[in-house]
Design a protein around this ligand. Structure first.
Ligand code: G3P
Ligand code: MG
Length: 243
């Protein structure tokens, strides 16, 4: 038995349109114990779950999330780009996902997507929403924008944060400790067993992304990571069942 976290990346986005309610629901049904999602803000300040800063790829609309009112954005078709079978899928709000996660006792890795477009007040809004749901012990806040993680920690010392990075940070657990982060959210290529062990000794965990191949999942589990973020939670469920 292992307690490794199985995070569905943008939901079960290998087989369902990313960051939609069906992708989240199916991810949980396929064995995910956590959902990874990306949060941004509409023009009128609504927290919505979408990866790209632009709406184009997943809805066809040529505009920034930040420039569109929620009334319009929440009506867009966010499923047809993936398959016509998903034409009724919409861009969810953070509240919708937290409602599902609370009901199903699923953990949520909320990635604040504010590296390119800045959303003043995003950290406070996300934290207020998590608190309103009473889910401070059921979320981790992650970001490639580490200034934002420091702000999250300042506003909510009780909510864990995860440092997103791609590669090549030297002894990143020391950096994590210096900004109060509980976890390193590393691109999986850059993770070696010795590092995971040394981080663990310092009390810092690794959650790795985006791992879709069973052999690489097995390597990382053996390396001792705490969580794997995957587009295919069903594959990770199968790997874990054989351990
Ligand atoms: O949180 C892990 C992963 O989602 C980070 O990259 O671009 O898929 O948001 P991205
Ligand atoms: Mg993400």
């Amino acid at each position: 038995m292992t307690t490794l976290m199985n995070y569905a990346h943008r939901g079960a986005s290998g087989n369902y349109p990313e960051n939609t309610m069906i992708a989240f629901e199916r991810g949980i049904a396929l064995g995910a114990t956590g959902i990874e999602t990306d949060v941004q803000m509409t023009k009128d300040g609504k927290l919505v779950l979408i990866h790209d800063e632009k709406l184009k790829r997943t809805t066809g609309v040529n505009a920034l999330v930040a420039d569109v009112q929620s009334e319009e954005l929440l009506c867009l078709d966010a499923g047809s780009w993936f398959s016509p079978a998903f034409k009724d899928e919409r861009i969810p709000t953070l509240e919708q996902l937290l409602t599902l996660a609370k009901r199903t006792q699923t953990f949520v890795n909320i990635e604040l997507k504010n590296g390119i477009v800045q959303y003043p007040g995003l950290e406070q809004k996300v934290i207020d929403t998590v608190r309103a749901f009473g889910m401070t012990d059921q979320v981790i806040l992650s970001s490639f924008n580490h200034y934002s993680l420091i702000e999250c920690k300042r506003l909510a010392p009780d909510i864990p944060t995860g440092i997103l990075y791609m590669e090549g940070l030297y002894r990143p657990w020391k950096y994590a400790l210096s900004i109060g982060a509980a976890a390193l959210h590393a691109s999986h290529y850059a993770v070696l067993p010795d590092w995971v062990a040394e981080a663990a000794q310092q009390g810092v965990i690794y959650n790795v992304f985006t791992v879709n191949e069973p052999a690489e999942m097995t390597r990382l589990i053996q390396a001792g990571v705490a969580g794997i973020i995957t587009d295919y939670p069903d594959r990770l469920t199968a790997v874990l069942s054989k351990l």
